[in-house]
Design a protein. Sequence first.
Length: 201
Amino acid sequence: MPKPLSTSEIEDFRDKLCDAGLQIFAEKGVEGLTLREVAARLGVSAMTPYRYFKDKEEILAAIRARAFNDFAEAMEAGARRGPDAVARSNAAGEAYIGFALEHAEAYRLMFQVSQKECADDHPLLAKAIERARATMTHHVKQLIAEGVFEGDAELIGHVFWAAIHGLVMLQLSGKFNARYDFEKVRRETFRALTQGFLKRG
């Protein structure tokens, strides 16, 4: 019978399983991500991952929850930088892009995998997604509070989220070119959006 594991041992090995799972996803996609393959990557028995995750859905949820939390942490840190709401909003946007491009496979896994995300099925994933979603509107609320923007903060946040996500996915798919590169299109997109939400008068 396997010896009981301490909490720290469990968390440490779950992290290793998630690292291996993310690497497999990057190489083989969701279809290639199996607990047997994860076990093989880590050099453990095929049954070892089942001590930590009951099935593939659970390890996927764990990897995605970690990615959403890392993403939210980066956004939250960005939203604290700068002397005013505009600077903090810009920093949050840079943090979003930085995370997405530097951790492309984690970002793809966050948004391209179809999975039940309700609290009853995967509570940690649901909590992580809600935390990430909150970062989309926090800096917008600051812009409204300082009189820069006007309107529904939740709606404005989702509009900017849709725009930045689309830009990132186009960049990750290699759809920009030398004439209209990522930075040029990004600047024009956000210039147009910002003009639309500025407080008038």
